[in-house]
Design a protein around this ligand. Sequence first.
Ligand code: FAD
Ligand code: DLZ
Ligand code: SF4
Length: 512
Amino acid sequence: MTKPILRLILGDQLNIHHSWFQTRSSNAEYVLMEVASEASYVKHHIQKILAFFLAMRHFRDELRAVGHTVRYISLDDPSNRQSFSANLQELLASGAYSAFEYQEPDEYRVAKELSALSKNAPIPTRLVSTEHFLTSPDFFASVFKGHKRYTMELFYREVRKKYDILMEGDKPQGDRWNFDSENRNKLPKEVVPPPPLEFPRDVSDLVELLTTKKIQSIGRVEPKRFIWPITRDESLKTLDYFCEHLLPHFGAYQDAMHTEHRTLYHSRLSFAMNVKLISPLEVIEAAVKAFNRSKGAITLPQIEGFVRQIAGWREFMRGVYWNHMPSYKTLNFLNASRPLPHYFWDGDTKMNCVRHAVEQSLEESYAHHIQRLMVTGNFCTLAGIDPDEVDAWYLGIYIDAIEWVQLPNTRGMSQFADGGIVGTKPYTSSAQYINKMSNYCSGCFYKNKEKFGERGCPFNTLYWDFLMRNRATLEKNPRIGMGYQLLAKMSDKDKKAISDRAADILEHIEEL
Ligand code: FAD
Ligand code: DLZ
Ligand code: SF4
């Protein structure tokens, strides 16, 4: 009997449709490993670690149930050397395998680690595709060949054409590519979004394992009520629920925020997709099918808004990541250097919007896009927080945070630390935007219409101060011109008052 091939499955490679698993006669042994190094390269939310371990354990069972041979190295396995490299070095040197195969890691850090290991391996090694994404980093580069800068919109149109999504011949359905301008509504009082679909399970044993093995984490979990979808079946149910109950209003309230309704009409599919329990194409196809079936109940702006997030933003961010790593991780265009204040870790702040976004994140390991971008991210940009600290927070706290998608969103789109690789301008705003899109301001200690004095909203003061502070780097940016025009109309006395109050706010940033 020939020795088997050892095939590594990383925690975010749980794709049952991968060609690896389509035949059982392939003389392969699969290995998954729970390792302390991955649970601690950043302080993760406890629900994120649980979600990865639970999803990996279920995937193991699913593979075994259909006859595959799976070696599962659990966190407390006595043979566990607690890192990918250390475990694999032992396995590869054991003489038990004829070759080693692994799928392309999504993270630069892991890709480097495994490629170094392969170079020194005592047996032949082979790298294969994850067969998950719609596009490759090379496709991304080819779309922008000869262009001075990237735009998500151009890339998104190419993906729509490539996969024939919402197309009529070579034209977009409705003769428009993008309906974003129709998708910016506050949640009206009379509209009550359906509750999110939950899959409560008792995870007490795993919580105890993490405690015993001294895995540090942030956030909270109710051990008897872990609710995230962590199997393919649950992911498909989440997708069905989304298509039936949430998609009809997805676009309309995509940017809305509300104290009582945390996830509104968002799909909560990011974890399932990022660990590859479901593929972006099947999510898009299911949503488009629901749109076609709905006979007008789901309108084009709703489905287009959803498709854009996955066929557009998700693939675009991955293209940016792989075309700019490793330097991207060090960019700090605005030279921001302030430490992240304590309330990002405990939610204890008088700023109602930040309090809600952080508390929700600590409780659920989830906040939706506009909370991440226009509340916590906006605050960090305006206050000049060190992007390394901002990245570590986002990478740790969200259940869906894996560096290839977290980094371009945080350092690029949100912090503008990349100087305009992802977006054309910083996503900053005063309280005006937050008040327009949410009900946060009405319950806040600060006054959303004021920018001076003890009760003036910090977002207002810092918004104008940010423009003044970064004048040398931002004034020439045509997309920000309006801000500087308004600033030019402001009296010197007001500008001085803003600078003074902002200096005070930043000096006492821990007390806001
Ligand atoms: P929905 O609103 O239902 O959207 C559907 C899907 O579209 C998402 O599941 C996701 O796969 C995709 N999507 C939407 N927006 C983006 C985007 N900007 N980039 C990539 N994919 C997108 N997303 C992550 O998956 N992991 C992260 O670590 C992450 N970090 C972020 C950090 C910041 C500062 C910001 C502003 C955004 C970040 N996002 C991240 C993007 C987005 O916020 C999440 O994908 C989304 O909130 C997940 O919730 P959902 O599944 O309910 O999304
Ligand atoms: C995030 C994470 C965690 C917490 N733990 C593991 C683990 O124990 N084993 C594993 O294979 N993967 C884990 N992951 C995901 C990886 O850290 C990493 O993000 C991806 O594999 C890189 O694409
Ligand atoms: Fe946030 Fe300012 Fe509104 Fe308070 S007033 S909720 S701090 S934007």
